[in-house]
Design a protein around this ligand. Sequence first.
Ligand code: TRP
Length: 401
Amino acid sequence: MEASTETNNKFSEEEQVVTPWEVAGNGGKIDYDKLIDRFGCQRIDQSLVQRVEKLTSQPAHVFLRRNVFFAHRDFAEILDAYEKGENFYLYTGRGPSSEALHLGHLIPFMFTKYLQEAFKVPLVIQLTDDEKFLWKNLTIEESRRLARENAKDIIACGFDVSKTFIFSDFDYVGGAFYRNMVQIGKRVTYNQVVGIFGFIGEDHIGKVSFPPVQAAPSFPSSFPHLFEGKGNLRCLIPCAIDQDPYFRMTRDVAPKIGYNKPALIESSFFPALQGETGKMSASDPNSAIYVTDSAKDIKNKVNRYAFSGGQDSIEKHRQLGANLEVDIPIKYLSFFLEDDAELEHIKKEYGAGRMLTGEVKQRLIQVLTEIVERHRTARANVTEKMVDAFMAVRPLPHMFD
Ligand code: TRP
């Protein structure tokens, strides 16, 4: 049950903190089991993955197979309905706070692209330029510019323009979207947002009034040019689990205003090169691989900074093997090396000390360089005209084809 009283997200001092603006494990590593319990979401198990494979007649995405997307809310219900011939739409987003994206930023978009293709459904992507203006030290003009730049990186992930609407809050909020925001706002008390998001008395009211902006795209009536007459269309939101508070609030409100609760499929965080302590830090360029990094940057970063679970000396390593649990190259490969058999082989050899850290890093450098190069080429081919096409307020007559 999701009673509004259960949406409290503020943990005691010794505990980990996960909000849309702060991710900190208790002494480092995030405890995802605890997070599932606290938030009240459900775990994604193998049988759910198999159902997806059956319904889409293709192997599940690596992120699903390997539990990068590990939690959900009502995803099974979306699949039940889909099985009976009912459609749904996808909703995801990005807060445009930086020029260059790192690999962690791309994960929800890579996954959403797969979902769009596999289920053949429309997608709306919200660029919360307003959110970043409110939370960061950015001018309105700068956050609008970043939204457009980030849209190019998003488009480069391969979305289908005949099924995708990308919008900036500064440009799109109004009309039916605004009417939904106000409906939502009227059903959430100040005490509730304090409980859900941890706002304090000193926070400006711009922050306090933002959550309905991120909630509104969960309801199809916010997009009359797309979903006119489809008020019951279900919504599925792929996101990192730090966005859960927004959608817990949204799901509490939905039945009160006569809408379906959005379903969610949620990922863990992509760890920093230095080790698994939560999200990567924008203030430390060496903590992440950026899509703008050169092959040389990637090589240097992996070799120098990727935390190794290998032993200090070769003799010791041959004897004891690597600790795969803390090893970042293994972790990164499990996100991005698609070949299951090769990954298993590497884990076995490295864990037994027959393979050295240097060799594993070598393979990771290859895999990452390929992904980054592919992205760079795709992004270079995204024109201003294409951005305009994705962002135009227009009907999508082929969105369910
Ligand atoms: N708040 C998110 C961020 O800062 C952006 C966002 C808006 C989003 N709507 C979303 C993310 C829906 C996931 C799903 O990045």
